[in-house]
Design a protein around this ligand. Sequence first.
Ligand code: XMP
Length: 533
Amino acid sequence: MNEGRVADPSVAAGVDSVVVLDCGSQYSQLIARRVRELNVYSELLPFDTPWSEIAARKPAAVILSGGPASVYEAGSPHPDPALWTGGVPILGICYGLHLMAQALGGEVVSFSRKEFGPAVVTVTGSDRLFAGLDPQQSVWMSHGDSIERLPAGFQPTASTGSTPYAAVADPERRLYGIQFHPEVVHTPHGREILRNFVVEIAGARQSWTPANFIASSVEGIRSRVDEHSRATGTDGRVLCALSGGVDSAVAATLVHRAVGDRLICVHVDHGMMRKNETELLRTAFEQLGVPVIVVNARERFLRKLEGVTDPERKRHIIGNEFIRVFEDEAAKLGQIDFLTQGTLYPDVIESATSVTEKAAAKIKTHHNVGGLPEDLSFQLIEPLRYLFKDEVRAVGTELGLPDSMVQRQPFPGPGLAIRIIGEVTAERLDTLREADWIVIDEIKAAGLYRSVWQSFAILTPVRSVGVMGDGRTYGNLVAVRAVTSEDAMTADWAKLPYEVLARISSRIVNEVPGVNRVVYDISSKPPATIEWE
Ligand code: XMP
């Protein structure tokens, strides 16, 4: 069984939950995120999860996502029919609505007036789903099928110029369906509609808070480690690789709360970190009372990278070397039973099979430095396995981690090495580190650090002629990249104010030896990626 289907008891205990059945929509994850924003725990499960597995979770409600298929097509995703008579409130969104209509005796057909994009719905009754909202609502539609005939017990509750069935309900059985997407930002009152369903109609308690998560997670980790050490007669020691990023930091802090000094944190300094990063990490953890073993492996990594210019080779070398260094350190520590990892929910969902197997072309090999060699003999503790990134940040803050760590922009495992185009040398690392520091410093000073997804410098192999004082220079070209993004899957270049760009440029050429020219990267993803390598 795929692990992604197993509810974590430390998460699920005592909190109400909503199961979202993934019928293949690109927005399925977003539905779960929106429900969690209401402080109700939500889990995304494959559409064909047996009803017995769903019911075992005692969900307060089930939401069926949209999807690209048509319910009348052979082979289209259909949930376990027992769902419809399980007595749990259900909200069907788009394809989910069609599933509900079809399964309960209605009819769904291909629609001659397909609706894609913004639409206005008119609420036609006093349905609880729209309680507190104006009768006219802007919504986001994306459908080519529509209901032709409603099942018995249902009434239409909202319409558009194109369909009388923009929303339908059978309040007695607490079955609701909407043709539009409440989860996307283009449906401005989608949040209230979801709230009406989850909280008012289904009665879910809003108890999914960082504090509750921490309490149950710490308790869960402690009992698991204690049980293991009782059963095996070991100390139950836990190892954690701290990368400097928010995920491993939050995971380590949670585990430390649970098992105290049985947690051993190791930070491999591969020399590709940003300025002062290792020091910041050490100090932040010292303040929390968590000692960190810092392994200075800079020379070792640099030697391996000598003469290497190919991006994928760099990634492989760093990933493999990281594992070796980590294994060497682990071997010095004696008996270790567990390894903590900062795996997040989107990774778990990714690895669970969905309706359409992703056969995406490999763009680049990601290495989560701080990541795990697959054949290590530790048991895994993944306390963030059911959290989205914004929830990890909220938990980090609640745990008392400093903002500088909790709000940190994402940073790739191979670090600065993939922001140096061409060979990585100690000197070029120093140049990039200084330039990068200035970018971050100015972005922070302008109050933009949290509104951009990532902002950084790239050291290119290009050299160009310049003039400084009265002399000719032939110096390095530094590129600056700042992007806005929701999830790094797509990104746009950030429209930074000219004054900020001007300050960044002038400081880099003045303060970083050997750099005489700065350019700003104005490419979006796609077709460019965020990192240059
Ligand atoms: P790209 O460059 O593919 O990056 O648009 C998407 C996001 O992933 C980050 N990234 C990585 N993160 N290990 C990581 O942990 C890696 O090897 C890696 N490569 C890219 C990148 O910074 C961006 O946020």
